[in-house]
Design a protein around this ligand. Structure first.
Ligand code: ADP
Length: 184
């Protein structure tokens, strides 16, 4: 279980769980959101291009996101596995990922869905207070998740492992690890 994707709406705890899981499983955690925020903090050309998109809660255009992800996946630390967090976020990105993996005779082992009710999501995001965590932007991100990202749950139905994302952090991590173990 070394090539994994984590999906779930904003606020589901993907970043927190990805950090814990990558440590437990010994695979790199690749977050497209973190990569974008790093570009923005460092004021790179890419960062300047995407800043207003992150601030408004929309998706960065696929050609930018896909290239950044493919470059990251081609780094040698991903040879034995990786945990993707925030990518793919639509079917087109999933197809790019499938092709990139197929080109090196790899495939995904599982797609973990973190399930959390919308009420809990909004509460968590408002409490987090990142610059894109005000109420209007949150609503927009949840809407984008439903329309763009949720279709991936069907696209990945044969790989899907659904886990209840509500509870103490370590408890949720254990649920994911158990669910992955039970799959094999
Ligand atoms: P969250 O899980 O709260 O949505 P992320 O850190 O995953 O936060 O993403 C923050 C923002 O980064 C998104 O709202 C979007 O603008 C951009 N982003 C991240 N990943 C992608 C992606 N795969 N495709 C397009 N945009 C992305």
């Amino acid at each position: 279980m070394t090539r994994l994707v984590l999906v779930g709406p904003p606020g589901a705890g993907k970043g927190t769980q990805a950090t814990a899981l990558s440590e437990k499983l010994g695979i790199p955690h690749i977050s497209t959101g973190d990569l974008f925020r790093k570009h923005i903090a460092e004021e790179t050309e890419l960062g300047q291009k995407v800043k207003h998109i992150l601030d408004s809660g929309g998706l960065v255009p696929d050609e930018i996101t896909n290239q950044m992800l493919v470059d990251r996946l081609e780094q040698p630390d991903t040879a034995d596995g990786f945990l993707l967090d925030g990518f793919p976020r639509n079917i087109g990105q999933a197809e790019v990922l499938a092709k990139e993996l197929a080109d090196s005779d790899q495939k995904l082992d599982a797609v973990v869905q973190l399930q959390v009710s919308e009420d809990v999501l909004v509460q968590r995001l408002l409490a987090r207070g990142r610059s894109d965590d005000n109420e209007d932007v949150i609503r927009h991100r949840l809407h984008v998740y439903q329309s763009e990202t949720a279709p991936l749950l069907d696209y990945y139905r044969d790989l899907l492992v659904t886990v209840d994302g509500v509870g103490e952090v370590g408890e949720v991590t254990n649920r994911v690890l158990t669910a992955l173990r039970d799959r094999t």
